[in-house]
Design a protein around this ligand. Structure first.
Ligand code: CA
Length: 245
């Protein structure tokens, strides 16, 4: 089922196999169904500052750090970067606006697939551009005993952020594995680009309103229509990855 995708990845990156030891998970739109609230919060707060970012466009920039998102829009309108003070104040406001929404639900299938991964002795690693304390704190409640602090890369750890490969390369380092000993699970085009640029087999789950084509165009090695579908296909994918070892 996934043989041709796996073979294409191995050929492109010159690896003999994928010897899976770690799974690198993005957070928003993968573990939590939080993107509708993020998109709304971004749009509302940017407009308040005279900056234009539609909810739809917010999905395209998903995965960038807050500062990168603000600068991208600011640059477009004013041709220069926003001041660090303005960036901080907009991002604080955006975080508050996000927290006015209901608590985001766990993405269906996320907990179940992580249970499978954990029971196989694989290391789950969180790799997010988010610096939202509310969500990072909720990880411990919604995904107990899955991610420990030594296996998390957040906005506080990175310099460049996605689509730069940096966060995923840091994820590999934290797990103590090579690129062909991990997979990435991502829902956003920019996150997919980061996973691919890090040389890791990248699984896209299309949990938002974008056309799946933007995820395959970003370089995704596999595309599932939901986290549930990824969870349901986990055993088959695992089997086919093992066949390369
Ligand atoms: Ca995401």
């Amino acid at each position: 089922m996934f043989e041709s995708s796996i073979a294409r990845y191995l050929k492109k990156h010159g690896h003999p196999n994928i010897a899976l030891k770690a799974t690198l998970f993005d957070m928003d739109g993968v573990l939590f169904n939080s993107m509708p609230y993020h998109a709304d919060a971004w749009h509302t707060v940017m407009e308040r500052h005279g900056l234009h970012l539609s909810r739809e466009e917010a999905y395209l920039h998903e995965g960038r750090t807050g500062a990168a998102t603000i600068n991208l829009v600011y640059q477009r309108q004013y041709g220069c970067n926003a001041t660090p003070e303005l960036i901080e104040s907009i991002y604080d406001e955006k975080s508050r606006e996000f927290n006015n929404h209901p608590e985001p639900e766990r993405m269906p299938g996320a907990w179940e697939v992580l249970q499978k991964i954990k029971s196989e002795g694989l290391t789950p690693v969180l790799v997010t551009g988010s610096g939202q304390h509310s969500l990072l704190d909720r990880l411990a409640h919604n995904f107990p005993d899955i991610f420990d602090r030594d296996h998390m890369v957040t906005a506080f750890d990175v310099k460049y952020g996605k689509p730069n490969p940096e966060p995923y390369l840091m994820g590999l380092t934290k797990a103590g594995v090579q690129a062909n000993q991990a997979i990435v699970v991502e829902n956003a085009p920019i996150g997919v680009q980061a996973g691919v640029a890090a040389g890791i087999f990248t699984v896209a789950v299309n949990t938002g309103p974008l056309d799946g084509k933007v995820l395959t165009d970003a370089g995704a090695d596999l595309l599932f229509p939901s986290m549930q579908a990824f969870c349901d296909n986990w055993e088959q994918l695992r089997k086919e990855l093992k066949m390369t070892e």
